[in-house]
Ligand binder design. Structure first.
Ligand SMILES: NC(=O)c1ccc[n+]([C@@H]2O[C@H](COP(=O)([O-])OP(=O)(O)OC[C@H]3O[C@@H](n4cnc5c(N)ncnc54)[C@H](OP(=O)(O)O)[C@@H]3O)[C@@H](O)[C@H]2O)c1
Length: 275
């Protein structure tokens, strides 16, 4: 396993326009976030890059203390395109290296191959362009196949993970394999926040429903990456790093039996999701 240690929380940037991504990156870094998540397909790597540049030039935070992650577009999973697209990401992000580069989707139908695509990722590590290899939207079996095919360790998996999609078997698998779990859509895209159990726990503990979800995820050892546009949401989410709930409250959330996936793009989603 790589020695890189992840912070307790990161910033998600899906759906943020370039200017919003710059704003959220700058404000998040000032608040204390040190982990920023973007993707080639979000079309905002340049905004994240501008934000990072401003922060690094101001001297408040150093590049070495920041973790930047991006993801190879599902249309760029053929090895040559992966290599080219990573160079483009570096330019847009204005960085010399990317801390985590993910395969965004195991898009077999678009040319993803455990062996060939990951060989390109491995080459990027050897060239110093990326530090760690990640995969996203993989099932445990796909991760095992990726690990067998790749000569470098799989550092992290990014999957949808919130109280309505609890990912219990995946967590067990990742603990055994010592792979970091990054939880995307940790607030269920905002739709979990109205759940009666979450709301009751939030009110009783005098914290927000978003904080309840984030604290619950962090307690599992997962790293949530909530997306937030407003300063108040950015601050509120970061403050969750220093909060805890009682064992009874964690258990109440564990027992929520609603099952809902909010992100399932056609064509690139694993077939297993349809079962
Ligand atoms: N790997 C993948 O395939 C994949 C897929 C989906 C997402 N992701 C990553 O995961 C990140 C997070 O997921 P997401 O953007 O889908 O959803 P999310 O983080 O679960 O929810 C974002 C929504 O919650 C709102 N919100 C944020 N903080 C809040 C708070 N404290 N109180 C109330 N509402 C709050 C945001 O509003 P405001 O914007 O107004 O603050 C936004 O509407 C993405 O941005 C992306 O980086 C990855």
């Amino acid at each position: 396993m790589s020695l890189m240690k992840l912070p307790k929380i990161g910033l998600g940037t899906w759906k943020l326009k370039i200017k919003e991504a710059k704003f959220s990156t700058i404000e998040a870094m000032k608040i204390g976030y040190r982990f920023i998540d973007t993707a080639q397909s979000y079309g905002n790597e340049s905004g994240v890059g501008e934000g990072l540049q401003e922060i690094f030039e101001s001297g408040i935070i150093k590049r070495k203390d920041t973790i930047v992650a991006t993801k190879v577009h599902p249309l760029k999973v053929r090895p040559k395109l992966t290599l080219k697209s990573a160079i483009k990401s570096l330019k847009k992000l204005k960085l010399d290296y990317i801390d985590i580069l993910y395969v965004h989707y195991p898009a077999y139908v678009l040319g993803y191959s455990h062996k060939k695509t990951l060989r390109a990722f491995s080459q990027l590590v050897d060239e110093g362009k990326i530090k760690n290899i990640g995969v996203s939207n993989f099932t445990p079996q796909m991760i095992e196949e990726a690990q067998e095919a790749c000569d470098k360790p799989i550092f992290a998996i990014q999957i949808e993970h919130h109280p309505y999609l609890q990912q219990k078997p995946m967590q067990q698998f990742l603990r055994e394999e010592k792979i970091n779990l990054i939880s995307y859509s940790p607030l269920g895209r905002g739709k979990v926040l109205n759940n009666a159990i979450i709301k009751e726990i939030a009110e009783r503990n005098k914290i927000s429903a978003a904080q309840v979800c984030l604290v619950w995820l962090m307690d599992k050892g997962a790293v949530p990456i909530p997306k937030a546009t407003s300063l108040s949401h950015l601050k509120e989410n970061f403050a969750a790093c220093n909060m805890q709930l009682s064992e009874e409250d964690y258990q109440k959330i564990d027992e929520i039996s609603i099952y809902r996936r909010f992100v399932h793009p056609p064509v690139v989603s694993p077939n297993e999701w349809k079962k």
